[in-house]
Design a protein around this ligand. Structure first.
Ligand SMILES: *[C@@H]1O[C@H](CO)[C@@H](O)[C@H](O)[C@H]1NC(C)=O
Length: 226
């Protein structure tokens, strides 16, 4: 009896330990203070690919490698969706390499939309600085439950990694938000663009069957996102 219980609790402990060890953010943990990104030194003839980017010689690293200036400048929202995301990832700040974090500025025209999209490698935490946003995310199958909220200045909302989410400016004026993302390169998949605007296009047979509509509807959507 005692032995059974002891075995059982150590099995639970092992399980918890295993879960903890596996529970890092999506980007792997750094093994050094920093690994400021540089282009592959053998760019033109190398067949070496690494997960992330090559490290600059630490002796040559400068404060500027960790700096980005100009996030006070709004993105241009004069486009179909009326929104603009300025993402400061490892491509904009080489010092972010291996650190598992990035930052975005999100500008919305009145009634502007950041359309349904997901980040394959990062959770997002967003704060509204100006205006009001209707936001939401949808859980995975089979529930596909929508978690939604109207956010006002100072409100913070989380979009879990990999889940489809959106923000819609429901105010009469422009809106502004900033977001942190838990990857140096969270990536973005905009659902409509990926499904209806892939290059080359996904077969009509696939899309008509998937969406249970006729070809004309799919073709109209493909025209929008081509
Ligand atoms: C976002 O704003 C930047 C800076 O004004 C601009 O270069 C870019 O084209 C805009 N993107 C979209 C999708 O409108």
């Amino acid at each position: 009896m005692k032995l059974g219980a002891a075995f059982c609790s150590s099995a639970i402990l092992l399980f918890i330990l295993h879960a903890t060890i596996c529970a890092w953010g999506y980007d792997p943990s750094p093994l050094q203070d920093f690994c400021v990104a540089i282009d592959d030194p053998n760019h033109y003839n190398s067949a070496v690919f690494v997960n992330g980017k090559f490290c600059k010689d630490p002796k040559l690293v400068k404060a500027e490698d960790f700096l980005f200036q100009g996030l006070n400048i709004p993105g241009n929202t004069n486009n179909k969706q009326g929104s603009n995301v300025t993402l400061i990832n490892v491509d904009r700040i080489p010092g972010l390499n291996t650190l598992g974090i990035s930052l975005a500025r999100l500008d919305y025209a009145p009634y502007g939309l950041n359309p349904p999209h997901m980040h394959p490698r990062g959770t997002e935490i967003l704060v509204v600085v100006e205006g009001s946003l209707l936001v939401g995310f949808v859980t995975s199958n089979p529930d596909n439950k929508l978690f939604t909220k109207v956010l006002y200045k100072g409100d913070v909302f989380v979009f879990p990694i990999g889940l489809i989410h959106f923000q819609f400016n429901v105010g009469h004026g422009p809106a502004l938000a900033f977001a942190g993302l838990s990857s140096q390169n969270p990536g973005t998949i905009t659902i409509a663009n990926a499904v209806f605007g892939s290059k080359p296009p996904i077969s009509l047979d696939v899309l008509t069957k998937a969406f249970q509509v006729d070809e004309k509807v799919i073709e109209a959507l493909q025209m929008q996102f081509a």
